[in-house]
Design a protein around this ligand. Sequence first.
Ligand code: AQP
Length: 333
Amino acid sequence: MKKKIFSGVQPTGNLHLGNYLGAIKNFVTLNNDDENDCIFCVVDLHAITVSQDPTILRENIRETVATFIASGIDPKKSIIFNQSQVSAHSEAAWILSCIARMGWLSRMTQFKEKAGKDKEKASVGLYSYPILMAADILLYDSTHVPVGNDQKQHLELCRDIAQKFNNDYRVDNFFKVPEPLIQKEFSRIMSLKDGSKKMSKSELSDLSRINLTDEKDQILNKIKKAKTDSLPIPSTVKELNSRPEARNLIGIYSSLANLTLENSIQDFTGKNFSEFKEKLSQILIDKIGPISKEIKRLLKDKSYLDKILDDGCKKAENIASAKIKEIHDIVGF
Ligand code: AQP
Protein backbone atom coordinates (compact mmCIF):
# COMPACT_ATOMS: atom_id res chain seq x y z
CA MET A 1 0.00 0.00 0.00
CA LYS A 2 1.31 3.42 -0.96
CA LYS A 3 1.44 6.06 1.75
CA LYS A 4 -1.03 8.89 1.22
CA ILE A 5 0.63 12.16 2.08
CA PHE A 6 -1.32 15.38 2.59
CA SER A 7 -0.14 18.77 3.75
CA GLY A 8 -1.01 22.43 3.28
CA VAL A 9 0.58 25.85 3.33
CA GLN A 10 -1.32 29.10 3.83
CA PRO A 11 -0.95 31.65 1.02
CA THR A 12 -0.34 34.49 3.43
CA GLY A 13 2.80 35.84 1.75
CA ASN A 14 6.39 35.98 2.99
CA LEU A 15 7.02 32.23 2.78
CA HIS A 16 10.17 31.83 4.83
CA LEU A 17 13.00 29.56 5.84
CA GLY A 18 10.88 28.07 8.68
CA ASN A 19 8.20 27.00 6.18
CA TYR A 20 10.93 25.56 3.97
CA LEU A 21 13.01 23.68 6.57
CA GLY A 22 10.01 22.70 8.75
CA ALA A 23 7.72 21.56 5.93
CA ILE A 24 8.46 22.15 2.23
CA LYS A 25 11.92 20.49 2.19
CA ASN A 26 10.26 17.40 3.61
CA PHE A 27 7.46 17.62 0.97
CA VAL A 28 10.13 17.41 -1.73
CA THR A 29 11.66 14.25 -0.24
CA LEU A 30 8.21 12.66 0.02
CA ASN A 31 7.33 13.74 -3.55
CA ASN A 32 10.49 12.02 -4.82
CA ASP A 33 9.65 8.67 -3.19
CA ASP A 34 7.58 6.43 -5.49
CA GLU A 35 6.06 4.74 -2.44
CA ASN A 36 4.02 7.89 -1.78
CA ASP A 37 0.96 9.54 -3.32
CA CYS A 38 1.27 13.19 -2.35
CA ILE A 39 -1.22 16.04 -2.22
CA PHE A 40 0.02 19.55 -1.42
CA CYS A 41 -2.72 22.06 -0.83
CA VAL A 42 -2.61 25.85 -0.89
CA VAL A 43 -4.95 26.41 2.02
CA ASP A 44 -6.61 29.67 1.02
CA LEU A 45 -9.68 29.10 3.21
CA HIS A 46 -7.34 29.06 6.19
CA ALA A 47 -5.69 32.26 5.01
CA ILE A 48 -8.90 34.31 5.39
CA THR A 49 -9.15 33.50 9.13
CA VAL A 50 -7.26 36.80 9.36
CA SER A 51 -8.03 39.74 7.09
CA GLN A 52 -6.59 39.49 3.55
CA ASP A 53 -6.54 41.90 0.62
CA PRO A 54 -8.26 39.95 -2.23
CA THR A 55 -5.78 41.06 -4.91
CA ILE A 56 -2.78 40.20 -2.77
CA LEU A 57 -4.32 36.88 -1.71
CA ARG A 58 -4.74 35.87 -5.37
CA GLU A 59 -1.06 36.65 -6.00
CA ASN A 60 0.01 34.84 -2.83
CA ILE A 61 -1.84 31.71 -3.98
CA ARG A 62 0.27 31.72 -7.16
CA GLU A 63 3.42 32.49 -5.18
CA THR A 64 2.82 29.48 -2.94
CA VAL A 65 2.47 27.23 -6.01
CA ALA A 66 5.63 28.77 -7.47
CA THR A 67 7.44 28.09 -4.18
CA PHE A 68 6.37 24.44 -4.19
CA ILE A 69 7.67 23.96 -7.71
CA ALA A 70 10.83 26.03 -7.27
CA SER A 71 11.66 23.97 -4.16
CA GLY A 72 11.44 20.74 -6.18
CA ILE A 73 7.85 19.43 -5.99
CA ASP A 74 6.91 17.93 -9.33
CA PRO A 75 3.29 18.78 -10.29
CA LYS A 76 3.21 15.69 -12.53
CA LYS A 77 3.89 13.44 -9.52
CA SER A 78 1.98 15.27 -6.80
CA ILE A 79 -1.42 16.94 -6.76
CA ILE A 80 -1.13 20.69 -6.15
CA PHE A 81 -4.40 22.59 -5.73
CA ASN A 82 -6.09 25.34 -3.75
CA GLN A 83 -8.55 24.39 -1.08
CA SER A 84 -11.32 26.89 -1.90
CA GLN A 85 -11.85 25.29 -5.31
CA VAL A 86 -12.93 21.93 -3.85
CA SER A 87 -16.15 22.63 -1.99
CA ALA A 88 -16.07 19.33 -0.09
CA HIS A 89 -13.52 20.90 2.29
CA SER A 90 -15.97 23.50 3.60
CA GLU A 91 -18.80 20.99 3.72
CA ALA A 92 -16.80 18.34 5.57
CA ALA A 93 -15.56 21.01 7.99
CA TRP A 94 -19.16 21.79 8.97
CA ILE A 95 -20.00 18.14 9.56
CA LEU A 96 -16.82 17.60 11.57
CA SER A 97 -17.51 20.74 13.62
CA CYS A 98 -20.54 18.85 14.92
CA ILE A 99 -18.20 16.03 15.99
CA ALA A 100 -15.39 18.10 17.56
CA ARG A 101 -15.93 19.23 21.16
CA MET A 102 -15.58 22.80 22.43
CA GLY A 103 -13.24 21.58 25.14
CA TRP A 104 -10.87 20.10 22.57
CA LEU A 105 -10.69 23.33 20.57
CA SER A 106 -10.27 25.56 23.55
CA ARG A 107 -7.01 23.78 24.35
CA MET A 108 -5.39 24.77 21.03
CA THR A 109 -2.37 26.87 21.88
CA GLN A 110 -2.00 28.35 18.39
CA PHE A 111 -5.38 30.09 18.70
CA LYS A 112 -4.29 31.58 22.02
CA GLU A 113 -1.03 32.79 20.46
CA LYS A 114 -2.60 34.17 17.29
CA ALA A 115 -5.65 35.75 18.94
CA GLY A 116 -3.42 37.37 21.54
CA LYS A 117 -4.94 39.36 24.37
CA ASP A 118 -8.02 40.40 22.43
CA LYS A 119 -9.68 37.00 21.93
CA GLU A 120 -13.14 38.58 21.62
CA LYS A 121 -12.08 40.26 18.38
CA ALA A 122 -10.58 37.14 16.74
CA SER A 123 -12.64 35.60 13.94
CA VAL A 124 -14.68 32.47 14.65
CA GLY A 125 -12.77 30.94 11.72
CA LEU A 126 -9.45 31.41 13.52
CA TYR A 127 -10.89 29.45 16.45
CA SER A 128 -12.40 26.63 14.40
CA TYR A 129 -9.59 26.43 11.81
CA PRO A 130 -8.19 23.12 13.16
CA ILE A 131 -11.54 21.48 12.23
CA LEU A 132 -11.14 22.65 8.63
CA MET A 133 -7.60 21.29 8.75
CA ALA A 134 -8.99 17.93 9.92
CA ALA A 135 -11.46 17.97 7.00
CA ASP A 136 -8.61 18.69 4.55
CA ILE A 137 -6.66 15.69 5.77
CA LEU A 138 -9.49 13.19 6.28
CA LEU A 139 -11.19 13.74 2.89
CA TYR A 140 -8.19 12.18 1.15
CA ASP A 141 -7.75 9.14 3.46
CA SER A 142 -4.33 10.60 4.23
CA THR A 143 -2.04 8.26 6.13
CA HIS A 144 0.79 10.71 6.81
CA VAL A 145 0.88 14.47 7.31
CA PRO A 146 4.25 16.25 7.13
CA VAL A 147 4.14 19.42 9.23
CA GLY A 148 6.34 21.62 11.38
CA ASN A 149 6.30 21.08 15.12
CA ASP A 150 3.83 23.98 15.62
CA GLN A 151 1.08 21.90 13.95
CA LYS A 152 1.49 18.80 16.16
CA GLN A 153 -1.45 19.70 18.42
CA HIS A 154 -3.76 20.27 15.43
CA LEU A 155 -2.81 16.86 14.07
CA GLU A 156 -3.71 15.27 17.39
CA LEU A 157 -7.08 17.00 17.24
CA CYS A 158 -7.59 15.65 13.71
CA ARG A 159 -6.91 12.12 14.99
CA ASP A 160 -9.45 12.60 17.82
CA ILE A 161 -12.09 13.88 15.37
CA ALA A 162 -11.53 10.91 13.01
CA GLN A 163 -11.81 8.41 15.86
CA LYS A 164 -14.93 10.03 17.35
CA PHE A 165 -16.69 10.11 13.96
CA ASN A 166 -15.82 6.44 13.36
CA ASN A 167 -17.08 5.51 16.86
CA ASP A 168 -20.22 7.68 16.88
CA TYR A 169 -21.41 6.36 13.52
CA ARG A 170 -20.01 2.84 14.04
CA VAL A 171 -18.02 2.98 10.82
CA ASP A 172 -14.82 1.28 11.80
CA ASN A 173 -11.80 2.73 9.96
CA PHE A 174 -13.94 4.97 7.69
CA PHE A 175 -11.72 7.93 8.39
CA LYS A 176 -8.09 6.85 8.41
CA VAL A 177 -6.33 8.09 11.53
CA PRO A 178 -3.29 9.92 10.12
CA GLU A 179 0.24 9.92 11.49
CA PRO A 180 2.15 13.19 11.80
CA LEU A 181 5.52 13.33 10.05
CA ILE A 182 7.53 15.79 12.11
CA GLN A 183 11.26 15.94 11.70
CA LYS A 184 13.13 15.07 14.88
CA GLU A 185 15.58 17.93 14.57
CA PHE A 186 15.00 21.44 13.22
CA SER A 187 11.20 21.10 13.20
CA ARG A 188 10.81 24.62 14.65
CA ILE A 189 12.91 27.42 13.20
CA MET A 190 12.94 30.47 15.42
CA SER A 191 12.95 34.20 14.69
CA LEU A 192 16.33 35.75 13.88
CA LYS A 193 15.56 38.50 16.40
CA ASP A 194 14.21 36.41 19.27
CA GLY A 195 15.09 32.75 19.82
CA SER A 196 11.95 32.18 21.89
CA LYS A 197 9.52 33.03 19.04
CA LYS A 198 9.01 30.93 15.92
CA MET A 199 9.97 32.40 12.57
CA SER A 200 6.66 33.58 11.17
CA LYS A 201 5.14 35.27 8.11
CA SER A 202 3.07 37.63 10.18
CA GLU A 203 5.92 38.98 12.34
CA LEU A 204 6.15 42.69 11.54
CA SER A 205 9.94 42.89 11.31
CA ASP A 206 11.25 41.48 8.04
CA LEU A 207 14.63 41.11 9.78
CA SER A 208 13.13 38.29 11.88
CA ARG A 209 13.01 35.88 8.93
CA ILE A 210 14.73 34.81 5.72
CA ASN A 211 12.07 34.95 3.02
CA LEU A 212 12.35 32.41 0.24
CA THR A 213 12.40 35.32 -2.21
CA ASP A 214 15.25 37.16 -0.48
CA GLU A 215 18.23 38.23 -2.59
CA LYS A 216 21.89 37.75 -1.63
CA ASP A 217 22.23 41.22 -0.07
CA GLN A 218 19.12 40.79 2.04
CA ILE A 219 20.37 37.42 3.32
CA LEU A 220 23.78 38.88 4.19
CA ASN A 221 22.19 41.82 6.00
CA LYS A 222 19.69 39.70 7.96
CA ILE A 223 22.31 37.20 9.12
CA LYS A 224 24.68 40.01 10.06
CA LYS A 225 21.94 41.57 12.21
CA ALA A 226 20.65 38.23 13.61
CA LYS A 227 20.74 38.14 17.41
CA THR A 228 23.49 36.02 19.02
CA ASP A 229 25.44 36.23 22.25
CA SER A 230 29.01 37.12 23.11
CA LEU A 231 30.23 33.56 23.82
CA PRO A 232 32.10 31.46 21.24
CA ILE A 233 30.55 28.30 19.76
CA PRO A 234 30.67 25.57 22.43
CA SER A 235 31.84 21.97 22.09
CA THR A 236 28.57 20.24 23.06
CA VAL A 237 24.90 20.53 22.09
CA LYS A 238 23.97 20.65 25.79
CA GLU A 239 25.81 23.94 26.20
CA LEU A 240 23.52 25.47 23.56
CA ASN A 241 20.37 24.73 25.56
CA SER A 242 20.49 28.03 27.43
CA ARG A 243 21.45 29.97 24.26
CA PRO A 244 18.30 29.89 22.05
CA GLU A 245 19.52 32.32 19.36
CA ALA A 246 22.86 30.53 18.98
CA ARG A 247 21.12 27.16 18.88
CA ASN A 248 18.70 28.41 16.23
CA LEU A 249 21.43 29.71 13.90
CA ILE A 250 23.51 26.54 14.23
CA GLY A 251 20.30 24.53 13.71
CA ILE A 252 19.56 26.41 10.47
CA TYR A 253 23.10 25.76 9.25
CA SER A 254 22.88 22.05 10.14
CA SER A 255 19.54 21.59 8.43
CA LEU A 256 20.73 23.26 5.22
CA ALA A 257 24.00 21.29 5.27
CA ASN A 258 22.16 18.03 6.11
CA LEU A 259 24.31 17.67 9.23
CA THR A 260 23.39 16.86 12.81
CA LEU A 261 23.72 19.67 15.34
CA GLU A 262 26.59 17.73 16.92
CA ASN A 263 28.53 17.52 13.67
CA SER A 264 28.10 21.23 12.96
CA ILE A 265 29.28 22.17 16.42
CA GLN A 266 32.42 20.07 16.02
CA ASP A 267 33.27 22.06 12.88
CA PHE A 268 32.92 25.43 14.65
CA THR A 269 33.89 24.80 18.29
CA GLY A 270 35.72 27.79 19.81
CA LYS A 271 35.03 30.05 16.82
CA ASN A 272 33.14 33.28 17.26
CA PHE A 273 29.83 34.08 15.65
CA SER A 274 31.14 36.53 13.09
CA GLU A 275 33.09 33.69 11.45
CA PHE A 276 30.16 31.28 11.73
CA LYS A 277 27.75 33.86 10.27
CA GLU A 278 29.87 34.10 7.12
CA LYS A 279 29.50 30.35 6.56
CA LEU A 280 25.80 30.48 7.39
CA SER A 281 25.19 33.32 4.93
CA GLN A 282 27.06 31.43 2.24
CA ILE A 283 25.05 28.23 2.63
CA LEU A 284 21.82 30.24 2.69
CA ILE A 285 22.79 32.03 -0.52
CA ASP A 286 23.73 28.68 -2.12
CA LYS A 287 20.51 26.90 -1.11
CA ILE A 288 17.89 29.67 -1.08
CA GLY A 289 19.31 31.71 -3.98
CA PRO A 290 18.29 29.24 -6.73
CA ILE A 291 14.81 28.78 -5.17
CA SER A 292 14.32 32.55 -4.99
CA LYS A 293 15.40 32.95 -8.62
CA GLU A 294 13.07 30.18 -9.79
CA ILE A 295 10.09 31.55 -7.83
CA LYS A 296 10.55 34.90 -9.56
CA ARG A 297 10.85 33.25 -12.99
CA LEU A 298 7.71 31.15 -12.44
CA LEU A 299 5.70 34.13 -11.20
CA LYS A 300 6.07 35.74 -14.62
CA ASP A 301 4.09 32.85 -16.12
CA LYS A 302 0.73 33.15 -14.38
CA SER A 303 -1.10 30.95 -16.89
CA TYR A 304 1.33 28.08 -16.17
CA LEU A 305 0.70 28.39 -12.43
CA ASP A 306 -3.08 28.65 -12.94
CA LYS A 307 -3.02 25.54 -15.14
CA ILE A 308 -1.23 23.58 -12.41
CA LEU A 309 -3.95 24.61 -9.96
CA ASP A 310 -6.75 23.78 -12.44
CA ASP A 311 -5.35 20.32 -13.13
CA GLY A 312 -4.75 19.69 -9.44
CA CYS A 313 -8.26 20.85 -8.51
CA LYS A 314 -9.83 18.38 -10.93
CA LYS A 315 -7.87 15.48 -9.44
CA ALA A 316 -8.56 16.58 -5.86
CA GLU A 317 -12.25 17.11 -6.63
CA ASN A 318 -12.59 13.52 -7.89
CA ILE A 319 -11.25 12.11 -4.64
CA ALA A 320 -12.98 14.54 -2.26
CA SER A 321 -16.43 14.42 -3.88
CA ALA A 322 -16.52 10.61 -3.62
CA LYS A 323 -15.62 10.81 0.08
CA ILE A 324 -18.20 13.50 0.86
CA LYS A 325 -20.90 11.37 -0.78
CA GLU A 326 -20.00 8.53 1.58
CA ILE A 327 -20.08 10.95 4.51
CA HIS A 328 -23.61 12.04 3.47
CA ASP A 329 -24.75 8.41 3.48
CA ILE A 330 -23.21 7.76 6.88
CA VAL A 331 -24.73 10.79 8.61
CA GLY A 332 -28.17 10.20 7.03
CA PHE A 333 -28.51 13.02 4.46
N1 AQP B 1 9.08 28.62 12.18
C1 AQP B 1 8.74 27.45 11.65
N2 AQP B 1 9.55 26.38 11.82
C2 AQP B 1 9.23 25.17 11.28
N3 AQP B 1 8.11 24.95 10.55
C3 AQP B 1 7.27 26.00 10.37
N4 AQP B 1 6.10 26.12 9.73
C4 AQP B 1 5.66 27.39 9.84
N5 AQP B 1 6.51 28.12 10.55
C5 AQP B 1 7.53 27.29 10.91
C6 AQP B 1 5.46 25.03 8.99
O1 AQP B 1 5.21 25.48 7.67
C7 AQP B 1 4.03 24.84 7.20
C8 AQP B 1 3.13 25.87 6.57
O2 AQP B 1 2.71 26.78 7.58
P1 AQP B 1 1.47 27.70 7.30
O3 AQP B 1 1.85 28.74 6.36
O4 AQP B 1 0.33 26.92 6.84
O5 AQP B 1 1.05 28.29 8.69
P2 AQP B 1 1.79 28.77 9.96
O6 AQP B 1 2.33 27.60 10.72
O7 AQP B 1 0.83 29.62 10.69
O8 AQP B 1 3.01 29.62 9.38
P3 AQP B 1 3.54 30.98 9.87
O9 AQP B 1 4.71 31.32 9.06
O10 AQP B 1 3.73 31.01 11.33
O11 AQP B 1 2.42 31.99 9.46
P4 AQP B 1 1.67 33.06 10.32
O12 AQP B 1 2.66 34.07 10.71
O13 AQP B 1 0.66 33.59 9.34
O14 AQP B 1 1.07 32.37 11.47
C9 AQP B 1 3.38 24.12 8.38
O15 AQP B 1 3.63 22.73 8.28
C10 AQP B 1 4.08 24.70 9.57
O16 AQP B 1 4.18 23.75 10.60
